[in-house]
Design a protein around this ligand. Structure first.
Ligand SMILES: Nc1ncnc2c1ncn2[C@@H]1O[C@H](COP(=O)(O)OP(=O)(O)O)[C@@H](O)[C@H]1O
Ligand SMILES: [Mg+2]
Length: 355
């Protein structure tokens, strides 16, 4: 017997407009096509599905609707923890939901805080500094070229070839422009020259998790319970040089329907195993559940050593263009199977019956 599932999302078309909006504002919110696909996929599995916009009206509508579970993909609108707002409401209403919880979504939206957690666990992430004004002195350990991006955005917002800066003048220019545009601390990282891959997974870790990597680092103990999809590599050779070999906002939005990628990425088996281990380790230490996607750059100047850029506990679920969906398809999964696996993982966690 199917469940009553409430799909919660923030539609781009419902987002408000405000003065001085960045040109790429709301790029991370969802299209109607994505919501329709999610609803249809869940219905095809025999569930009763209702879509609701993720805003404060849920406080009244959800207790009336009484769904068994919410399929949450809300990115939120305002504030430095916006992705955690709807999960916080759902926890107050005591309604189960798919995907990561309040702390994980607040943490991972903040790239510098996430990097501090990764560094604490000796997980490789590029050296960095956070700037809250454009004249803060630069850490002498940071060596040009550097990469400049907002701390708390997604979908390549603020990311273009101009994010790569080669000297102090370019850095200061870029910082003042991004501070003014995004009104948040700006993250400056060592620029990792090399290939770009992203690894998605579904499921939940088995055995003790405790948000740490087990001391023996034995691979099955670290990765157990997760199903990894083949790594997807962005095919930069197919894009004009003007994109700078970077997975830009333009590639992710304007050009999304003509995405050039390799999946499975042509990587040696030991490299894939290492990426899976790192993905599981990131999933663990940031407290992800049910689904996530981890973005990497492979350092061409250091034998393709993988560096973790960020973790996405709410990876895009557009049926035709999203990385996670393309990866699951390369593994032979249909879109329905992918959504089913996410829902099933959540139902197991919550002790809900799942047909
Ligand atoms: N330190 C870095 N070195 C090289 N490229 C980077 C670096 N940080 C980000 N990028 C590029 O910018 C893209 C977007 O950065 P990411 O941190 O994944 O943010 P988003 O949340 O927008 O996906 C990456 O996919 C990559 O192409
Ligand atoms: Mg990314």
């Amino acid at each position: 017997m199917g469940l009553h599932v409430a799909v919660l999302a923030n539609l781009k078309k419902n987002a408000s407009h405000y003065d001085d909006m960045p040109v790429d504002a709301w790029a991370d919110l969802d299209s109607e096509a994505t919501i329709q696909a999610i609803v249809a996929a869940l219905e095809s599995r025999g569930h009763r599905v209702t879509f609701l916009e993720g805003n404060l009206s849920l406080v009244e509508s959800l207790p009336r609707l009484r769904p068994d579970i919410c399929f949450n993909i809300c990115e939120g609108h305002w504030g430095d923890s916006r992705e955690s707002h709807i999960p916080a409401i759902l926890e107050m209403l005591r309604i189960p939901y798919t995907g990561s919880g309040v702390l994980t979504l607040a943490l991972t939206l903040d790239k510098p805080m996430t990097k501090r957690v990764l560094a604490f666990h000796d997980l490789p992430t590029p050296a960095f500094q956070v700037f809250e004004c454009d004249d803060e002195p630069c850490d002498p350990d940071l060596v040009f070229p550097l990469f400049v991006k907002p701390s708390r955005e997604g979908t390549g917002m603020g990311v273009s070839a101009q994010s790569i800066v080669h000297n102090e003048v370019e850095l200061r220019e870029r910082l003042s422009e991004q501070l003014a545009r995004y009104r948040q601390p700006i993250l400056v990282e060592r620029f990792v020259r090399g290939r770009e891959v992203t690894v998605g997974c579904v499921g939940n870790l088995t055995g003790p998790v405790a948000r740490r990597v087990p001391a023996d680092e034995n691979a099955p103990r670290v990765t157990g319970g997760l199903r990894f999809f083949p790594p997807l590599e962005v095919d930069f050779a197919a894009y004009p040089e003007s994109e700078g070999g970077v997975y830009t906002n333009r590639i992710k939005t304007e050009w999304a329907n003509d995405f050039h990628f390799l999946c499975p990425a042509p990587l040696p088996a030991n490299c894939v195993a290492q990426l899976e281990w790192l993905t599981a380790a990131v999933f663990r230490v940031t407290g992800c559940v049910d689904v996530a996607r981890v973005d990497f750059r492979l350092d061409a100047d250091d034998g393709d050593k993988p560096y973790i850029l960020e973790v996405n506990p709410l990876p895009g679920l557009n049926p035709t263009v999203s990385d996670l969906v393309l990866e699951s398809r390369a593994a032979g999964w249909t879109y329905e199977e992918l959504l089913d696996a996410i829902l099933q993982a959540a139902c197991r966690r919550h002790g809900l019956p799942f047909a």
